[in-house]
Design a protein around this ligand. Structure first.
Ligand code: 13P
Length: 334
């Protein structure tokens, strides 16, 4: 056991007006992001890009933590300062993605299970040494013809719970992230149903594996229609159904809930978060953000791989962080 006070770390992660910046793209995902700006995904380009995100001046005002990738937590600025140190100096908690990715689930065509439990205890011990305060594991649930199956939902809940228990043993706050994807043509009602089913299973499995609720953060999708659904939803509908789903399935003792952006536009992700906090100011948990794309996209485009654009890219990041900080308080004016 390390001396980390998990309850205080969890509360700090969702402190009023603060959220999390996810910069933990795996090698495959960051390559896709770099392809979109015609930048080659080399170790040095990835380091330079993450350096600009990590060193953006003033980020600590809006961001409580950043989720790093294994490569990133070991990297340094161009001046030789470890990234973890740069974060600590700004009062930002370093987090680490520890899953090994979503792989095809045998016997379940079209469905995935997240791997990475083998050797996890030892890897967590190393991340604690490197300065990590929290961790993340993402499970993926796909909506489609006849799916998800209970086999997929249960396998993912079990892995999330085993991961979370190991994190707490190691002295890290686990972010448990079951993501119901928004890529299909399903209705918002179907997303509600699958998200609630997934969350109910997850919390009963967390309990079975003796995971401490007060030392855990949930990261989840909003309840939205699939991108290819003809019937898109209003902001109020997304806010109402998401909050209803959470009230029905998440224990009140959880210190906080953060959302992923999941392919929503930067603006939609902000407006939806704001609407939830505006319409429901008295929920048992703070609702905040842990966006990857919705925080980074404008910054990535502004950077385009050129050192002379670093300042503009940092300004674009800060702008999104500030908007989402206001949304976490229900005070964003579109
Ligand atoms: P997006 O906000 O881009 O969905 O990413 C968040 C994340 O960390 C997914 O695991």
């Amino acid at each position: 056991m390390s001396g980390n006070d998990l309850a205080s770390i969890a509360r700090a992660m969702v402190a009023p007006g603060k959220g999390i910046l996810a910069i933990d793209e795996s090698l495959g995902t960051i390559k896709k992001r770099f392809d979109s700006i015609n930048v080659e995904s080399t170790v040095e380009n990835r380091r330079a890009y993450r350096e600009l995100l990590i060193t953006a001046p003033g980020g600590g005002e809006y961001v409580s933590g950043m989720i790093l990738f294994d490569e990133t937590i070991r990297q340094k600025t161009g001046d030789g300062v470890p990234f973890v140190q740069v974060l600590a100096d700004q009062g930002i908690l370093p987090g680490i993605k520890v899953d090994a990715g979503a792989k095809d689930l045998a016997g379940h065509p079209g469905e995935k299970v997240t791997e990475g439990l083998d050797g996890l205890r030892e890897r967590l011990a190393e991340y604690v040494q490197l300065g990590a305060k929290f961790a993340k594991w993402r499970a993926v649930i796909t909506i489609g013809e006849g799916i998800p199956s209970s086999g997929c939902i249960e396998a993912n809940a079990h892995a999330l719970a085993r991961y979370a228990a190991l994190c707490q043993e190691a002295g890290l706050v686990p972010i448990v992230e079951p993501e119901t994807l928004m890529d299909g043509d399903n209705t918002i009602e179907r997303c509600y149903e699958v998200t609630e089913w997934t969350l109910r299973n997850l919390f009963s499995e967390l309990h079975r594996q003796r995971v401490v609720t007060e030392h855990t953060i949930l990261k989840v999708n909003m309840v939205v229609p699939g991108k290819k659904c003809a019937d898109q939803a209003s902001v109020e509908q997304v806010a109402d159904l998401t909050v209803r789903c959470l009230k029905n399935s998440v224990p009140a003792a959880l210190p906080g809930i953060v959302f992923l952006s999941g392919g929503q536009s930067a603006r939609d992700a902000t407006v939806h978060l704001d609407a939830m906090n505006r319409r429901y100011p008295d929920l048992p948990w703070p609702l905040s953000f842990s966006y990857g794309r919705a925080l980074q996209e404008p910054s990535l485009k502004a950077w385009a791989g050129r050192p002379e654009n670093v300042e503009a890219a940092q300004a674009a990041l800060l702008h999104r962080e500030k908007c989402n900080s206001l949304a976490a308080l229900g005070r964003y004016d579109a």
